[in-house]
Ligand binder design. Structure first.
Ligand SMILES: Nc1ncnc2c1ncn2[C@@H]1O[C@H](COP(=O)(O)OP(=O)(O)OP(=O)(O)O)[C@@H](O)[C@H]1O
Ligand SMILES: [Mg+2]
Length: 471
């Protein structure tokens, strides 16, 4: 079992010497604007290791008086930064004790009660409110409405790819795409655990309720500077935000980006009043800053795809099946017939949410017997899954739905030519529709005898077939 948010005491307990050192270095840099030199670093490190000034002097070939002098200056600077009297003996403790709350990773989220440090929503992540001496070197993690992660299986490769892109390659914008329930949100929250020490700020925000860009940026600015005078002018807000993204290393995660797109239209068209997000995303790719924006979406984000082809520091990861790690879902749900698990996982695309739903049906109606559940020729779709698919279908344009239905009717994958014939569409219209469905990750492309053909995943196919039979 994996609980993503440790309690604050665990954070300090787990701080090793390198972390304390890094924190001290950042605090001093922010206060003085200067990096530590070799002597200062050695004094900090050896002090943390419990060494005497005499020993440090021997190691650095300096006089003990000089080491003491440099050490005293360091403690004075840290005392100014932290507002506490720092000495060689209390240095580590002070950085690790309760006052660390103000500058070590701060985890905040609303409405969550278990094993999480809860900060009042208006004061949390507002360092200047909790400590006026606060330096801007905090490592603040503000998760707002992120769901709590209870279980986490697999995804090792995806985590290492994303970490590399974000931490080592320093890409400015990354899009994490995948069909509903495949595990995008969960993966991003797990990722935070891995990359948190590399950032001053990690902020998660869902766009599920379609906030305007002005609301979103104002909200971000309030995290960076609670007392800031926010403006109604989007350009002013953008300039203010850009300043923080340049000054600090921030990782901002926007989840559910597809909610910015209009329903009933082809994919990737912004809702009226939300078009400025397009410029915002573009801006974060094209202007220089030291932060990273992770965009999570069920659909491709057009400007990201475009900039990716132009070699900007932007990349896309499409999340697929959970693979063999999905066995752990079957295990946890105490399903029987282990030999049938692989088929079950493949049938439901290794989609953890779909598998959870199916596991409930297998438990409730099939006595946990997977083999019995799989005996039927048609794929069984739990009601919750049907509801989810229907909601997604309703976001499509009416012609897209027709194409989906047509493809579901076919026993074999279908070519663009066949779609044109069967639906009496122009080539242009067909291409637009296929492209749109592909951007929504609903169509799979295959090649058959030098002909490109398209197919739907079996769950969607089954759902549309069932729907046609009922109607
Ligand atoms: N790696 C994983 N290990 C275990 N469970 C997982 C994993 N990934 C996702 N899940 C579970 O699957 C469900 C769906 O995951 P999640 O909400 O992350 O999907 P999503 O891709 O963000 O879906 P949506 O597009 O609807 O937002 C959740 O209940 C989550 O706990
Ligand atoms: Mg999600």
């Amino acid at each position: 079992m994996f609980a993503i948010i440790p309690k604050i005491p665990n954070i300090s307990e787990s701080m090793d010497i390198q972390e304390v050192l890094k924190l001290a270095e950042e605090l001093i840099y922010d206060h003085t604007g200067e990096n530590l030199d070799y002597m200062q670093k050695t004094i900090l490190q050896r002090t943390l290791e419990g060494q005497t000034y005499k020993k440090i002097a021997e190691e650095t070939y300096a006089s003990e008086t000089h080491v003491r002098y440099i050490g005293a200056k360091l403690w004075k600077t840290l005392s100014e930064v932290l507002g506490e009297n720092i000495t060689k003996t209390n240095f580590r403790t002070i950085l690790e004790n309760a006052s660390i709350y103000n500058f070590a990773p701060v985890f905040c989220r609303d409405n969550v009660t278990s094993n999480i440090n809860i900060c009042p929503s208006n004061s949390r992540a507002s360092p200047t409110k909790t400590n006026s001496q606060q330096t801007p070197t905090q490592h603040i993690i503000n998760l707002d409405k992120a769901p709590e992660i209870i279980n986490f299986y697999g995804r090792t490769e995806e985590l290492s790819t994303l970490s590399k892109w974000i931490v080592s390659d320093r890409l400015r914008v990354i899009s994490l795409l995948g069909i509903s329930g495949i595990g995008k949100t969960t993966l991003s929250l797990k990722l935070i655990q891995q990359i948190k020490t590399n950032f001053n700020y990690i902020i998660y925000r869902t766009l599920r309720f379609s906030p305007t860009l002005t609301t979103t940026i104002t909200n971000l600015l309030e995290i960076f500077a609670p007392e800031i005078e926010t403006s109604d002018n989007i350009e002013t807000l953008l300039s203010q935000l850009q300043k923080y993204l340049e000054k600090y290393r921030c990782c901002i995660i926007f989840d559910d980006v597809q909610k910015l797109f209009a329903t009933g239209k082809l994919s990737g068209q912004y809702k009226s009043g939300y078009e400025d997000y397009r410029d915002f995303f573009q801006l974060l790719v094209t202007v220089s800053h030291q932060s990273c924006l992770l965009l999570i979406s069920r659909e491709k984000i057009p400007e990201i795809t475009k900039l990716e082809t132009e070699n900007y520091p932007v990349r896309t990861l499409i999340l697929g099946s959970l693979g063999a790690a999905a066995n752990e879902i079957c295990q946890k749900r105490q399903l029987a017939n282990r030999e049938s698990w692989e088929k079950l996982i493949n049938n439901y695309q290794g989609n953890p949410r779909w598998l959870e739903m199916v596991a409930t049906t297998i438990q409730e109606l099939f006595g946990a017997q997977v083999a019995e559940f799989l005996e039927y020729e048609t794929l069984i779709l739990p009601e919750a899954l049907q509801t989810e698919l229907e909601q997604q279908l309703q976001r499509l344009s009416s012609v897209e739905i027709k194409v989906m239905e047509q493809i579901a009717n076919q026993s074999k994958p279908i070519s663009i030519g066949e779609i044109i014939n069967k639906l009496q569409l122009s080539i242009q219209e067909s291409v637009n529709l296929i492209q749109s469905l592909k951007k929504r990750l609903l169509l799979d492309r295959q090649s058959e005898n030098n002909l490109t053909v398209f197919t739907l995943n079996p769950v969607w196919k089954q759902y549309l077939k069932n729907k046609r039979e009922i109607e």
